[in-house]
Design a protein around this ligand. Structure first.
Ligand SMILES: Nc1ncnc2c1ncn2[C@@H]1O[C@H](COP(=O)(O)OP(=O)(O)OP(=O)(O)O)[C@@H](O)[C@H]1O
Length: 273
């Protein structure tokens, strides 16, 4: 059996701010090196929470969790930091410093490999702009190398964060809705690039997607989440239309505006002012 990048057993994750609601409940998941997994499910199902947990930025409440053979939460801070450098999460809305140049933002992926002085110097004189350019070009973004991050469109920012992923030496590539701001052609290019990269370094690729048809077309394994639980975890050939319909059943919001008697009284009182 290939080496496990992740092994989750009976994992429960809770957001404290949510009034003790469980965001993930009793999740069992094993992901091997080289596997490519799409995580699908309705809004609020727990996809982002799962990816944050896999990136070791969110601590599970109960259950067993290993990433690259270690339990991150039993390591000291320094060791956990080193482990995190081998896991790369590209969030849905990347928190890139607004005034930074794209080249600097992309090269920041190498920070864990640099000492303090290399990092400080790279802020003023990018250490390896060619590598940043190559990574950006794979997402059709080479022309933005010296643009300011706050002058990028939403889709360009997303691809900038993914280019950063290519410069990391992570063994788990985690992408949270990487296509949410992209047109169909760029979506195809982005998925192909992520999948080629993961395959070339035998990394695990875990991608959350709202585009179910793209998930089924491109990923060999589909993990479906609903209400924080795994609804199914199957090879794509075994996922049926009925399973997809069931997954999203009851998730459509009621049409249009609430009835007058349902609106919070504070709305008419100008509560925001
Ligand atoms: N920081 C937070 N604080 C409190 N509750 C949170 C937080 N983040 C997420 N939640 C809650 O946890 C649950 C899972 O949210 P999550 O963002 O993981 O879902 P998702 O499947 O990624 O949704 P979407 O498709 O809309 O991005 C939801 O009920 C959400 O309201």
């Amino acid at each position: 059996m290939p080496e496990a990048v992740y092994d989750l057993r009976g994992l429960t994750v809770r957001h404290l701010a949510a009034g003790h609601a469980l965001a993930l409940e009793n999740v069992d998941l094993r992901i091997a090196a080289g596997e490519q997994v799409a995580v699908i499910g309705p809004s609020g199902a727990g996809k982002t929470t799962l990816l944050a947990t896999l990136a070791c930025t969110h601590r599970p409440e109960t259950g067993a969790f290993t990433a690259l053979g270690a339990d991150p939460w039993s390591l000291d801070n320094r060791a956990r930091h080193k482990l995190r450098a081998r896991l790369f999460l590209a969030p849905q809305t990347p928190p890139l410093p607004p005034r930074q140049r794209v080249v600097t933002a992309v090269l920041a992926a190498r920070l864990p490999q640099w000492n303090f002085w290399q990092a400080a110097v790279s802020l003023f004189k990018p250490a390896d702009p060619e590598a940043a350019f190559r990574a950006l070009s794979r997402f059709n973004l080479g022309d933005k190398l010296y643009s300011r991050v706050d002058r990028l469109s939403g889709g360009e920012r997303q691809r900038c964060a993914l280019a950063r992923m290519l410069l990391s030496d992570a063994q788990a590539l985690l992408a949270d809705e990487p296509l949410s701001a992209l047109d169909p052609a760029l979506s195809q290019l982005t998925l192909a690039t992520l999948q080629q990269e993961a395959a070339s370094r035998n990394a695990a690729l875990v991608c959350s997607l709202h585009q179910v048809e793209l998930a089924l077309a491109h990923f060999p394994r589909i993990v479906a989440l609903k209400h924080g639980r795994i609804a199914f975890d199957l090879p794509r050939e075994q996922v049926t239309d009925a399973m997809i319909a069931e997954l999203y059943l009851g998730e459509l919001p009621p049409a249009n505006s609430p009835l007058a008697h349902e609106a919070p009284a504070t709305l008419s009182g100008g509560a925001c002012l």
